[in-house]
Design a protein around this ligand. Structure first.
Ligand code: DP6
Length: 325
């Protein structure tokens, strides 16, 4: 690693209490704290090599050389690492996802978490987990939560130093599953970064932000007690509240497709029948169905039978971002 090259791997995460809206867009200081589970099985692997003979940074994602805004976003994080390490060598960045970029799943969380860990190691920096989480946050807010392992809280904080994520329970704490119903595999029309900037235009945003500390505390308590019955409606309520903010911003963002709605109704019916399952939805149409492991296969089969569901991915709790070589 002191030879200026390192490879790291990180997992995406699914939020139980969502991050939507910033108090500072440049530093990605969020409007409120959030809570998530890392997803095992899906991952990004990133190699960073600092090379004094290179005249420019090069960024290759899934085999495609990046330019413009996508490259700038990566270079900004590398610039921070260079200034922390006191080096000025250009970097070669190569990153691969083991899940298809077109699956409609966010790769920015695992991508920027892997980039933060790999670039810090390649630069010879020995950063603690909180510092790596802060670094990842600069690239993508949710990436701050993919640095620690298992079940993770991202405390909003008030400045760069105090806004980072930490683990509240390891992956082994609770064997939850996320059955991800893919109903739309295309790239979202309005990405999260643009969406966060619109949150303030919704009259509902401040109201949601005001409810989060109490809701987050209750979800955290239920999670630590492995109390699915208490946790499920709170997780759904926060996803719905976030989508209400999206739908009432200017311009409004409507991510749902008809199948999204069908799944939400089905999940609620299944839960009324006694099945430990609940839904949450990111900035897209796909539905994440969180459930206890013992019912995961049944949930997957039921989802597959719903019109408009193209595929169901099943993942469990994942570990921390880490250096592999
Ligand atoms: C709806 O972290 O993708 O998935 O910081 O602009 O990269 P950027 O945004 P991002 O936002 C995630 C939004 C969300 C909710 C969540 O994951 O908490």
């Amino acid at each position: 690693m002191s030879d200026g090259k390192a490879t790291a791997r990180a997992f995406p995460n699914i939020a139980l209490i969502k991050y939507w809206g910033n108090r500072d867009h440049t530093l990605r200081l969020p409007a409120s704290s959030s809570l998530s589970m890392n997803m095992d099985g899906l991952h990004t692997t990133t190699t960073v090599a600092f090379d004094t003979s290179q005249s420019d940074d090069a960024v290759v994602l899934d085999g495609v050389e990046q330019s413009g805004a996508a490259k700038d976003r990566v270079v900004r994080l590398i610039d921070r690492v260079r200034s922390m390490a006191g080096i000025d060598a250009r970097a070669q960045v190569e990153s691969r996802n083991n899940f298809p970029a077109g699956a409609g799943l966010a790769s920015s969380a695992s991508g920027f978490a892997a980039l933060a860990v790999a670039s810090a190691a390649a630069a010879g920096l020995h950063l603690d987990e909180a510092s790596l989480s802060r670094l990842a946050r600069l690239g993508s807010g949710s990436a701050a939560r993919s640095v620690p392992g298992g079940y993770v809280e991202w405390q909003a904080g008030v400045d760069d130093a105090s806004s980072f994520a930490f683990s509240i329970a390891p992956p082994e704490h609770w064997d939850l599953r996320d059955a991800i119903a893919i109903v739309d595999a295309t790239h979202k029309s309005v990405g999260s970064t643009q969406g966060h900037a619109l949150a303030d235009t919704s009259p509902l945003h401040a109201a949601r932000v005001a409810t989060i500390p109490d809701r987050l505390r209750r979800v955290k308590e239920a999670l630590l007690a492995r109390d699915f019955v208490t946790m499920a409606p709170l997780v759904e309520a926060d996803a719905l509240a976030m989508h209400a903010v999206m739908m009432t911003s200017e311009p409004p963002l409507l991510y749902w497709q008809p199948a999204t709605m069908t799944i939400m109704h089905a999940v609620r019916t299944w839960r009324e029948e006694g099945m430990p399952v609940c839904f949450t939805i990111d900035a897209g149409a796909n539905v994440h169905c969180l459930c206890e492991a013992r019912v995961a296969d049944e949930v997957r089969q039921r989802l597959m039978r719903i019109d408009g569901v193209q595929e169901v991915l099943l993942v469990g709790p994942g570990g921390a971002a880490h250096v592999i070589t």
